[in-house]
Design a protein around this ligand. Structure first.
Ligand code: GDP
Length: 299
């Protein structure tokens, strides 16, 4: 909780900083409302949410303006309205087993760490978990996933660097099925530089999965680094197109002033946000709680 609070404090501090001086104005004239709207957009909240907050503020015709607390209360309420419909934990009760979760995202976004965190979470809920090292382009990615698998104590299917990702996935599903695994989490290459190849590779993984289990993949989870701010939004756009994303996990919310981008993402795409990353450790994944996050962002 402290980490989360710490992370969002930087986001809310920036919002407060951006709004400073505006609260104390005698009345909320058009110019002040414009400035507030700009400040909200500068805090990564997204234009539609910013416009709605402006409208709410404009409705309040107080003679002496609104206090900082009143403005923040309205900001929190409006953010919560955007976040509540997308706060949706990953549901891992799909049958037939195993449920297959593809995890995608650009290198460095926190994909490997998030896979480890998810594995740990499901394991704690008594599900049998297995990992598949489908990012065969980077030896380091395979190695890193192995280290996590050992540390957490879950089986992993991996092959050599440069190997066939779809082949690894095939083997993984076979083994997971044979050993009664509930949840198979598949790492994938995050090479957005080569969209065509990435698309082909993901399509091949899908074909292989479909042959073994027509419902798979059950989830395609995109991992996004919150510190990249608005860039995260363009990543959603691209991955939606190449990979058919079904939900999001946003990482590195433990030390960024750009946490507002969660709101912009929810507003623009309306896609489920499953969880948020608030640290480098395997227990640093939190369920996404709309009210909690809204209040933290508003400060
Ligand atoms: P990948 O390349 O997408 O697989 O990224 P990694 O999982 O290797 O993560 C890249 C870096 O980000 C590592 O140093 C991680 O420890 C770090 N990281 C991942 N998630 C978080 C998070 O939620 N908070 C913080 N502070 N660091 C994170």
């Amino acid at each position: 909780h402290e980490k989360l609070l710490g992370g969002f404090r930087r986001t809310s501090d920036r919002l407060s900083e951006n709004l400073t001086g505006l609260f104390t104005k005698a009345s909320l004239d058009r110019e002040t409302l414009d400035e507030i709207e700009d400040a909200l957009i500068a805090s990564d909240l997204g234009p539609a949410t910013a416009a709605r907050i402006r409208e709410r503020l404009a409705e309040n015709r107080f003679e002496r303006g609104l206090s900082e607390a009143q403005v923040k209360g309205i900001v929190a309420e409006e953010i919560e309205k955007v976040l509540a419909p997308v706060a949706e934990p990953l549901d891992v009760d799909a049958f037939p087993r195993p449920q297959v979760i593809l995890v995608i995202g650009v290198n460095g976004s926190g994909k490997t760490t998030t896979i480890a965190k998810l594995a740990r979470l499901f394991l704690e809920q008594d599900y049998g978990v297995m990992l598949a090292a489908g990012d065969t382009f980077r030896a380091a990615a395979i190695e890193q996933l192995r280290i996590w698998a050992d540390r957490i104590g879950v089986p992993i299917m991996a092959g050599p660097e440069g190997g066939d990702a779809a082949g690894i996935v095939w083997d993984a599903v076979k083994q997971a099925t044979a050993t009664g695994i509930d949840v198979l989490i598949v790492d994938t290459a995050g090479r957005l530089q080569n969209k065509r190849e990435l698309m082909d590779e993901l399509a091949k993984i899908r074909r292989v999965l479909g042959r073994l289990n027509p419902e798979a993949p059950h989830d395609v989870v995109l991992v996004l680094d919150a510190t990249t701010g608005q860039n995260a939004l363009s990543q959603i756009e691209v991955f939606k197109e190449v990979a058919g994303v079904t939900g999001l996990v946003m990482t590195k919310l433990d030390g960024t002033a750009r946490g507002g981008v969660l709101v912009a993402a929810a507003e623009k795409f309306g896609m489920p946000i499953h969880a948020i990353g608030v640290g480098e450790g395997m227990d640093d994944l939190r369920p996404f709680d709309a009210r909690e996050v809204a209040r933290m962002i508003a400060g």
